[in-house]
Design a protein around this ligand. Structure first.
Ligand code: NAI
Length: 472
């Protein structure tokens, strides 16, 4: 085994493993160190298991809707063991694939816990003892862990984080209380609601998804309420105690009124914080930005040979962003121009209907001084949505009034997460709404809604009723 590397990557999530493969492809002697399973949070305790569950439980909802089309399912059962097994099979198949890719590209894998000793040395602690390895550069990609608020009772049985819900057997609850109406909270609300569990969300701000476009968050809240999910906003949990009809009682304050709610399970999903505990020897510490590691535009920390990407640095916490940063960081380490536009970052929420956004929302664009033109298409007028019995939703495009350039897009519709890439490209390549409308999109598809939203900017959408016209 080589013990003198050009690059050592710490952490094998979507940031770390992609960066290691990229460096190996550039011909660099590369190693990766991982203390848990290859694939990091995204693969083992995050995106992949969540989306596997969502994909499956979604059919329970769809089965009910299909009755309108003449297919009735009687006695629909959910086999929780099989659901859990499939989740684990998907995760393990992908993990084997990533391990194979790392090996085939010549990346050495160290299974153990890394401690950065100095600018060029890392101590790896494995089951067999400690090894010291040398390297020219180090890339930190150790990700994040669930943040725990200061609430009494978080140690009680059945008070869980997303990590607990995604590892091992599927946890079944009659009633789940979710603290935090962010991305993780909403995805689990959707899964457990589909499973037939009663779900309540407690969100501290005045709306769920407080960082998203208001219209999207309002529409999701309406859709969730229609499905029977209870949402409390401007509400904060004070403490959780044992008792009540389901085993746990949660005391909370909602708009200055103290209330209680019973639950069998409580999911804490109030954000994630960088996972860097024990990573640095006491003699070495890069400059920090709050809880995060401070980096420059090239992802270099205050220590010239040490770089950092993903959830450990300030910014959005997204798997695809970490991967993109991994590639660009490696390119910058080896004096290459960045091959990816890191300014345009799509984000997605896998609920029903799906949510995806990229660029600026209307309010953000106006706050930045843009004069904006907005085009919006309600997806109930879209043939594919109607024929597939999709939920109500919309596609909204925000453009710069001066030159027509697309500044941002918000999608609340079926397959939004698969469609958003097109709009990310349009923003990155500075396409205008006329460029977007000039493309033939196949019929019937959800994507046709993009054409209509782009046409709506000049009030030229074909499949939208002209406003202020009375039908005779
Ligand atoms: P988040 O930051 O998205 O949401 C946390 C929510 O909890 C916020 O709405 C916040 O106002 C609320 N909150 C904070 N403290 C609270 C308290 N004491 N009581 C009630 N509400 C409180 O964090 P989340 O959902 O934990 O996700 C963590 C990160 O992982 C996010 O950056 C998210 O984007 C990322 N992620 C992305 C996914 C995707 O792309 N589909 C899936 C899952 C996570």
């Amino acid at each position: 085994m080589q013990e003198n590397y050009e690059l050592i990557v710490i952490g094998s999530g979507p940031g770390g493993y992609v960066a290691a493969i990229k460096a190996a492809k550039l011909g660099k002697r590369t190693a990766i160190i991982e203390k848990r399973d290859i694939g990091g949070t995204c693969l083992n305790r995050g995106c992949i298991p969540t989306k596997t569950l969502i994909h499956t439980t979604h059919y329970l909802q769809k089965a009910k809707v299909m009755e309108q089309a003449g297919i009735s399912f009687t006695d629909i059962k959910l086999d929780y063991d099989k659901l859990g097994q499939r989740k684990d099979e998907v995760v393990s198949k992908i993990r084997v694939g990533i391990e194979g890719l790392l090996k085939a590209n010549g990346v050495t894998i160290y299974q153990g816990s890394a401690k950065i000793v100095d600018n060029n040395r890392i101590c790896v602690k494995t089951e067999d003892g400690e090894t010291e390895i040398k390297t020219e550069n180090i890339l930190i990609a150790t990700g994040s862990i669930p943040a725990m608020p200061n609430i009494e009772g978080l140690g009680l049985n059945n008070v869980v984080t997303s990590d607990d819900l995604l590892t091992g057997e599927i946890k079944q609850f009659k009633k789940l209380l979710i603290i935090g109406g962010g991305v993780i909270g909403l995805e689990f609300a959707s899964i457990y609601n589909d499973m037939g569990c009663e779900v309540e969300i407690i969100e501290a701000m005045d709306r769920i998804l407080p960082n998203m476009d208001q219209e999207i968050s309002r529409s999701i809240a309406m859709g969730f309420r229609r499905k029977g999910i209870t949402i409390h906003t401007k509400a904060k949990v004070d403490k959780i105690i044992e008792g009540g009809s389901f085993g746990l009682i949660c005391e909370y304050t909602e708009k200055d009124t103290r209330k209680t709610v019973d639950a069998q399970g409580v999911l804490v999903s109030v954000g994630r914080r960088p996972n860097i505990e024990g990573l640095f020897d006491e003699n070495i510490r890069p400059k920090m930005d709050g809880y995060h590691i401070k980096v420059d535009d090239d992802f270099r920390t205050s220590i010239p040979t040490i770089y950092a990407i993903g959830d450990v640095i300030p910014g959005r916490q997204l798997a695809h962003l970490a991967s993109a940063q991994g590639i660009v960081a490696v390119e910058r380490i080896y004096d290459k121009s960045p091959s990816i536009d890191l300014d345009v970052i799509p984000s997605c929420i896998y609920i029903d209907p799906e949510v995806a956004s990229v660029g600026l929302d209307e309010k953000e664009a106006i706050n930045l001084g843009y004069q904006v033109k907005v085009g919006k298409y309600p997806m109930l007028g879209n043939s594919k949505t109607l024929l597939s019995m999709g939920e109500r939703g919309f596609i909204k495009l925000v453009c710069d009034e001066t030159d027509g350039r697309l500044l941002g897009a918000e999608l609340l519709c079926e397959r939004a997460t698969d469609i958003i890439g097109e709009l990310a490209m349009a923003i990155s390549k500075k396409f205008t709404y006329k460029d977007i409308a000039s493309i033939i999109r196949p019929h019937p598809t959800y994507e046709e809604g993009i054409t209509e939203a782009a046409q709506d900017i000049e009030k030229e959408a074909i499949h939208m009723m002209p406003k202020n016209v009375l039908l005779k």
